[in-house]
Design a protein around this ligand. Structure first.
Ligand SMILES: Nc1nc2c(ncn2[C@@H]2O[C@H](COP(=O)(O)OP(=O)(O)OP(=O)(O)O)[C@@H](O)[C@H]2O)c(=O)[nH]1
Ligand SMILES: [Mg+2]
Length: 318
């Protein structure tokens, strides 16, 4: 997806193109009419090109479709695309009608100026949409590039040690801090296992609350859980030093078990503070127990060989 120009950038470029075309023409009799045609076709072609450069949302993988929806709203995105389409059509229709008017006008110079102003006004009307699409483009190209590898999504309440775990076992270097909601977006890490690579996804912390109440940060975690996980590692902090009760963490766990299609491993972190029987216990602070959890993940990964198709970001030509 290429940079989306502003209205003024489109107009400047189209005027320059039209002017260049005029200079090449020997016959100046119909210069004003030709200029209007040239401007309108340059604007039209540029707008069509913008539409063609923008990925078709339905062609994206579910993860990226949801990402567009979470970050901008699919309706908003489509509305702006629709506006560009409208302007392209308007410019062509107006252009040919006004070019004819210029031809038959007693004062072709004045008529030409009016025609160009009309075209400029159409393009200016969609300036806000062009700017929105460019912002969206800039955000989309920064999204993590989910690879077609066995993918482990690490989830749980805020502040339980998800990022600490990801840092220990993968190439990712997410920020770790003693306050909740440190991680605010999806972060990817990888780990070489023989000739294979396993993908680890760090997610923002989730709270147990109705789905519609979840903000864009939490929705990104849900999106990763729903669409890219081959395995979910759900981390509990029974020490409650994270600031949330174990019972709330367990309620969220039950909700995620119902919601998420991928299999799940539940582990306890901060074992240096408190152990919980019936679970694998680890401490991402001391490193104790971390290797056993990693081995469990690697065993699961080894048992599954088929990569999920269609997650590569290359397909959206960003
Ligand atoms: N005592 C103890 N503290 C830990 C352990 N693991 C992480 N912490 C601390 O817990 C806090 C949160 O760790 P993070 O790794 O940032 O937790 P997170 O789950 O990624 O947090 P969010 O991104 O905010 O959801 C930090 O202050 C860590 O130092 C552990 O095993 N024991
Ligand atoms: Mg984190």
């Amino acid at each position: 997806m290429k940079t989306v120009p502003t209205a003024d950038e489109i107009l400047d470029r189209s005027f320059r193109r039209a002017a260049r075309k005029m200079r090449e023409k020997r016959n100046k009799d119909r210069a004003n009419e030709e200029f209007v045609r040239a401007v309108s076709s340059a604007v039209h072609d540029r707008l069509v090109q913008i539409m063609q450069d923008i990925p078709i949302i339905e062609d994206l993988s579910p993860f990226y479709q949801d990402m567009v929806d979470i970050l901008f709203g699919i309706d908003r995105f489509k509305k702006s695309l629709g506006a560009v389409g409208w302007a392209a059509k308007q410019t062509r229709v107006l252009g040919s009608r006004m070019a004819r008017e210029v031809r038959w006008s007693p004062d072709t110079q004045v008529k030409r100026k009016q025609a160009v102003a009309r075209i400029a006004s159409v393009v200016h009307q969609i300036d806000e949409h062009l700017r929105f699409l460019n912002d969206a483009r800039n955000t989309l190209r920064k999204l993590p590039d989910i690879r077609e590898e066995y993918t482990v999504v690490v989830a749980g309440y805020p502040n339980v040690g998800k990022s600490s775990f990801i840092r220990l076992v993968s190439t990712a270097e997410p920020e770790i801090a003693e306050y909740p909601f440190t991680t605010r977006e999806i972060i990817l890490g990888h780990r070489k296992v023989g000739r294979r690579s396993i993908q680890f996804v760090d997610t923002p912390g989730l709270l147990y609350r109705p789905r519609i109440g979840r903000n864009a940060v939490e929705q990104q975690a849900i999106n990763a859980l729903m669409h890219v996980a081959d395995l979910v590692l759900y981390i509990l902090d029974p020490s409650e030093t994270c600031g949330y009760s174990l019972s709330d963490q367990l309620s969220l766990l039950e909700e995620m078990k119902d919601l998420v299609p991928a299999p799940m491993i539940v582990v306890v972190n901060k074992a240096d503070e408190l152990l919980l029987t019936g679970y694998s216990n680890m401490s991402t602070l001391t490193g104790e127990g971390v290797d056993a959890v990693l081995q469990e993940i690697l065993t699961r990964a080894a048992a599954s060989s088929t990569p999920r198709p269609g997650h590569s970001q290359s397909e959206i030509r960003l």
